[in-house]
Ligand binder design. Structure first.
Ligand SMILES: [Zn+2]
Ligand SMILES: [Zn+2]
Length: 339
């Protein structure tokens, strides 16, 4: 099969590899669409720096079941499915409690197991979900990371409810999905994003207001009639965005960090106790989150913003454009025919 690999030194190469074979409880999925996530750039940087083994990236996939193992009962050959990247062991303490995103022994497609920038990928049968009939595969692929992560951040951690004021910091692929999920729960959404085009996309996704970071403080006070935010979700992960979210959070508010970042940030005990605020980190997502993301998509409430479609061989160019901020929402790669 053809696949794209991040090679040591940081080269992005199209390579020819033997087709992978599914184990007894695995499925072989012909990848028909693979989303390009900002995390892929972090991985590329790590491979370049020698901090990560070379790999086949891609953790947002949709495709067709091409082959099943002997003990597979969740799918049959020909089914169209979404694939979740987490491949939990199913046996550890976290898995037993359904916290499969925190599995102690599993692998992750596109990280330490071969991912979706390839014609085929092997996944555990418990990590696929059937797609709604006639669902656009280019929109299905991003649901695995962008959609499920947004659902987890907004609902599971942010606990957004009707009339809540939700601040979304960073209107990239996941941020735009988070705006749609927040609106599906009838929250009021205030988006903060430096790029004009992405602010426009935020409004198209239902944000009630979208502003640049410099004007965010004053604009939010106006938007919220001097109340604080009930939920602030940071999809950027810098000290600047943390401080911005913290400054807008009202009493009882939930701050949810989604993007990784290594800058030190500060919260006082008064923030937590007097303000009754919670600062949370939402890591990855579970199959339950993925299922909810697909349900919202089927209901027409969540529609990943896909503005770029390209053949798999163009992965390097697409990743460069993503790094340069030239891609609004998601780009999707097609290992087979263009969808
Ligand atoms: Zn991702
Ligand atoms: Zn586990």
């Amino acid at each position: 099969m053809r696949a794209v690999r991040f090679e040591s030194g940081g080269a992005i190469k199209v390579v020819q590899l033997p087709n992978p074979q599914p184990g007894a409880e695995d499925v072989l999925v012909q990848v028909l669409a693979a989303g390009v996530c900002r995390t892929d750039l972090h991985l590329l940087d790590e491979v370049k720096a020698g901090e990560h083994e070379p790999l086949i990236p891609g953790h947002e996939m949709a495709g067709r079941i091409a082959k099943i193992g002997d003990d597979v009962y969740t799918a049959k050959v020909g089914d169209l499915v979404g694939v979740h990247f987490e491949q939990p062991c199913g046996r550890c303490r976290q898995c037993r409690r359904q916290k499969t995103n925190l599995c102690e022994q599993g692998t992750t497609l596109g990280f330490d197991a071969p991912g979706g920038y390839a014609e085929f990928v092997v996944a555990k049968q418990t990590t696929i979900l059937p797609l709604p009939p006639n669902f656009d595969l280019a929109l299905a692929a991003p649901l695995g990371c962008s959609g499920a992560t947004a659902y987890r951040a907004v609902v599971a951690f942010g606990q957004a409810e009707e009339e809540d004021m939700v601040v979304i910091i960073g209107a990239g692929g996941v941020g735009l999905s988070a705006i749609q999920v927040s609106k599906a729960y009838n929250a009021r959404v205030f988006a903060i994003e430096p790029r004009v085009e992405a602010r426009k996309a935020a409004l198209d996704c239902g944000a009630d207001r979208a502003v640049g970071p410099d004007e965010a403080g004053a604009a939010f006070r106006d938007f919220a009639n001097d109340a604080g935010a009930d939920v602030a979700i940071d999809f950027v992960g810098t000290k600047g965005t943390f401080d911005l979210g913290r400054s807008l959070l009202g009493p009882g508010g939930r701050f949810v960090a989604v993007a990784p970042g290594s800058e030190a940030v500060q919260v006082t005990a008064n923030d937590l106790v007097d303000g009754g605020k919670a600062y949370l980190g939402a890591y990855s997502s579970t199959m339950a989150d993925f299922a909810r993301a697909i349900s919202l998509a089927e209901a027409g409430r969540l529609r990943p913003v896909v503005t770029r479609k390209a053949p798999l061989a163009d992965a390097a160019e697409v990743l460069n454009d993503l790094r340069d901020g030239k891609i609004v929402g998601r780009a999707v790669l097609f290992p087979g025919p263009m969808g």
